[in-house]
Structure formats: C-alpha cells, structure tokens
Design a binder for this molecule. Structure first.
Ligand code: NAP
Length: 465
C-alpha cells in the first residue's frame, strides 16, 4: 500500500469536503498504514500548523461521524508546502520535500486542482519523474471535450511509462457509491433479475440526476460547462454502462473495465436529424424550491447569459447490442428541480394479459435503484385484492449504510492507495464517453436544438410531444 499522498490543491473545496473526510474514515476503519503521510500543497502562504487547523475545522464540519482519535491522527499526518503549479520547479520542490525525499517510496499524487492545471501539472510530473509504483490521480472533468481527453491521456502516458494504466487513476466518485457498487451484485447475484435484464422485458431505462439545488455560487466552474458535461458525460454514462454491460467474464478489475468500455462503445447518440426530438436542453428561470426563492440562472452572480449554458439536459440513446435492441435509454439531468432524485429506473414492458380494460390502467413493473445515499432499491409489482382491479404495489428496501461503511471518496482513496482500479475510469472509457456526447454537444453548439426555459422548482421544461 502507498504510504504517502501528495494532495495538490489541498486548500480547496474538494480536499476539505471529501478527501480529508475520506482519509479520516479510512483511518477510523484501520485501513491506513501507521506511518501514513499527507503532504498538502497550494499557493496559500500556509505552514503545517495553519493547514492542520484548517483540516481540523473541515473534519469537524464534514466528518463529524468519524471518531475524534481518527480525525486527530489524520491531522497529525498532515504537512504543508507552498507552491504555484504553473511553475514546474514548484511541483518538483513539493515532490522532493523533506520526509518525502528521504523515503523515496511510491507516492500517490492527487490533482485536486482547477482543471486548467491538469495538463501543465501532468507535464511537470512526467519531467520530474516519480518513484517506481507511484500513482497519479486526476479529478473530473477529464478534458473539456474528446480532443482534450485524448491529449490528457497522451500526457498521462508519459508519466506512467511502462506501468501504463496501473499508475493512473481517473476519478469518478460515483463508482465508489454504495448502490452503484452493488449494481453488479444485484444483477449477477439474482438470476431472477438477470433473466429479464434485456429488451424483451425492459422497455425503457432512465438514468436521472435531478438536483433541488441551483447554482449555489459555482458559476466560475459551471457556467460554460453545463449539465451535459458536468454530470452526464461522466457519472451518468458510467451508471448506464454498468446497467447496459454484459456480466464480466471473470472477477478481475480488467474484466469489469472491459465490459464497461464495451457498453460505452455500443452507445448510439441520436442522429442529427433526430436531435430535436431525442435531446432537450433548458435553463431555469426564477422560481421557488420549497420555501426558497431562486433567481433565474441568467441573473445568478458570475453567469454570462450569452454563453447559453444549459442547466437541464435530456438525451435519449440506444445501445447497439443484441441484448438491448429496442430499449430506449433516457438520461436526464437538471439543477433547481422540484426534488432531488438521483436514480436509475428500469421500466418493464407491460404483460400481454394486462392490456385492455381496467387492467391497462395498471402501471408496469419498475425497478428503481438509487445511486446516491443509502442502498435504495424499489420494485413496483402489480397486486390485486378480490373484487378490485390490479393496482401497483411498491416493495421498497432502503437500508442505511452499516456504521463501518466508507464514504465514496474513502473507497476511491483506498483503491488509489491499494493499487486497485475498479473505481477508476480507464483511458479508453473516458474517450468513449466523450464520443457518446460529442454529436449532441456539436448539435447544441450549432443551435440545432432550441434552448428552452423551465421554472426553478418545477420538473423541467414542458414536454414537446
Ligand atoms: N468541489 C467539489 O465538490 C468537486 C467534486 C468533484 C470534482 N471536483 C474537481 O476537483 C478539482 C478541485 O476542485 P475544488 O472544488 O476543490 O476547487 P477549488 O476549491 O477551487 O480548489 C482548487 C485548489 O487548487 C489550488 N490552486 C489553484 N491554482 C493553483 C496554482 N496555480 N498552483 C497551486 N495550487 C493552485 C487552490 O489553492 P490556492 O488558490 O491557495 O492556490 C485550491 O487548493 C477540480 O478539478 C474539480 O472539477 C470538485
């Protein structure tokens, strides 16, 4: 296991809200080595003590459920180095700092940096060189488009050298979420489900990523990015790949990644002539979410309305495989929606005996899998009582995570430090995912699809059909 983590961007939001809490959870679970060291770096003129005070506050706020001794142990493992990573010498100085230089052991270098710094920092890492068996961890977004992803892969290849993908970790934290991890188990562990996991039985698969939060001051990142690039190109396509893929041939991480890549390769975006009927994009106008008044997206601080950034995106795809011919795959993401809903829904075809008469009123069977939060699985069956028409009967399992459960970033960090790759997106997967959304992005950039409006607090723009 790697015993030293270099956290580039240690003063930022990701580090404070997710990475330090993830490490504290690992420490509490006894999953970190005794002499574990974290060297944080950023431009702030901090010293070790200032960084530790900052980390203590972050952990109090975002890891309050982790026992105090584990939080204190992580704080004790922290060091801080100042550096501006636009300057290659700065990165080199951080990597060779004090205790690290003396150890010459493998490092995990986590780029928790603004995406524009990914390419220059990776270039510097390649020039400086890392100790053998080190890993480079790169956050999302992995490039701003297909070309950017290819360039980043090429640069990463220079750092990893002969170790190739084993030295690289492209984070999609959604792969670390409990229910997403369980998706595969749900399929292969239940022959009942696997037997009907195909287009003969499933009419439509929906992957939904609806948030009841609006911009929340994140214009600097979000404006110009939009829903499609922010969550659909990465998290949602990964969830879809896990649903659409064939069961892995073996139990290795490579088997799993091969299957995910195959599924991504089979995804068919709408052809240009169907873009207006099979994709939608929209921006929220002023409205209310619960008792909160939300201003129009275009009026939010830092937003340039001329960029026409979408806060709602819907794309209907096909998956060109024998298993899925005839099933529609709908991806829908939105901000400032009426309610928070991050889930995959498999809608089964209605049974023939249910068509016609009162029975046709019955909704079909439905399997709903929550992808964020506790394990949340619901199956809608049809039941009836004597003398009454059939009616939907929900069976819902919502199981809180066990106390020992790790948060998604805890799992991601464990995989990074332990040398696993199941929770990382392979280079070809990242490019394939960009390939799926590129025709849609191009059609939208050409205004081939109108930018619609929806009120904040609604369920999105009115349907066009
Ligand atoms: N925050 C999230 O919820 C979240 C979720 C998923 C993915 N991500 C990804 O994680 C990465 C970090 O996001 P974030 O929200 O943490 O951003 P952030 O709050 O803006 O933090 C960026 C960090 O990078 C440092 N930094 C910026 N420019 C630098 C430079 N020239 N030299 C050295 N350090 C520099 C900043 O510190 P100084 O300004 O002091 O240098 C800060 O520590 C991004 O790629 C983002 O897309 C974030």
């Amino acid at each position: 296991m790697i015993r030293a983590l270099i956290l580039l961007g240690a003063t930022g939001d990701l580090a404070g809200r997710f990475l330090l809490p993830g490490l504290a959870a690992l420490e509490a679970a006894g999953r970190l080595p005794d002499d574990f060291l974290v060297v944080g770096a950023a431009r702030e003129a901090w010293d070790d003590e200032t960084f530790r005070k900052h980390a203590t506050r972050c952990l109090e706020q975002h890891a309050e459920d982790v026992p105090a001794p584990a939080r204190e142990a992580i704080v004790g493992a922290l060091r801080y180095r100042r550096g501006d990573f636009t300057d290659p010498d700065s990165v080199a100085r951080v990597l060779q700092a004090g205790e690290l230089g003396a150890r010459a052991a493998p490092l995990a270098v986590y780029l928790a940096l603004p995406p524009k710094l990914f390419a220059p920092t990776v270039t510097t890492l390649a020039a400086v060189g890392l100790p053998p068996a080190s890993r480079v961890v790169i956050e999302k977004p992995f490039g701003e488009d297909l070309e950017g992803a290819r360039e980043l892969n090429e640069l990463l290849g220079r750092v990893s050298g002969d170790a190739g993908e084993r030295a690289l970790f492209r984070v999609d934290h959604v792969l670390g979420l409990a229910t997403v991890q369980n998706l595969l188990g749900l399929r292969v562990g239940n022959p009942l489900l696997e037997a009907v996991w195909n287009s003969r039985h499933i009419d439509r698969v929906e992957v939904l990523w609806e948030e009841d939060l609006a911009l929340e001051g994140r214009a600097g990142y979000y404006d110009g990015t939009g829903a499609l690039k922010d969550v659909m190109q990465n998290h949602m396509l990964q969830v879809l790949a896990l649903i659409a893929m064939e069961p892995p041939a073996g139990a290795t991480e490579r088997d799993l990644r091969d299957r995910r890549a195959e599924a991504l390769r089979a995804m068919r975006p709408p052809p240009l002539e169907l873009m207006t009927s099979l994709t939608r994009r929209a921006r929220y106008t002023a409205g209310r979410i619960g008792n909160r008044a939300v201003p129009a997206y275009a009026e939010e601080d830092g937003v340039d309305p001329g960029r026409r950034t979408e806060t709602f995106a819907e794309v209907v795809l096909e998956v060109g495989s024998e298993r899925w011919a005839g099933t529609r795959f709908v991806l829908r993401a939105g901000k400032a929606m009426a309610r928070r809903r991050k889930e995959a829904v498999l809608r089964f075809r209605k049974g023939e005996r249910l068509s016609g008469g009162a029975a046709s009123e019955t909704a079909g069977n439905e399997l709903r899998i929550g992808v964020d939060g506790p394990v949340d699985i619901a199956l809608r069956l049809t039941g009836s009582e004597a003398g009454t028409p059939p009616r939907p009967v929900p069976l819902t399992l919502i199981s809180p995570p066990p106390a020992s459960d790790l948060p998604a970033y805890g799992r991601v960090l464990l995989d990074v430090l332990g040398g696993g790759s199941a929770l990382s997106v392979r280079g070809d997967e990242a490019e394939l995912a960009w390939g799926v959304v590129t025709p849609v992005l191009e059609a939208w950039a050409d205004d081939a699809v109108p930018l619609e409006d929806y009120s904040a607090g609604s369920s999105g723009p009115p349907r066009r059909d």
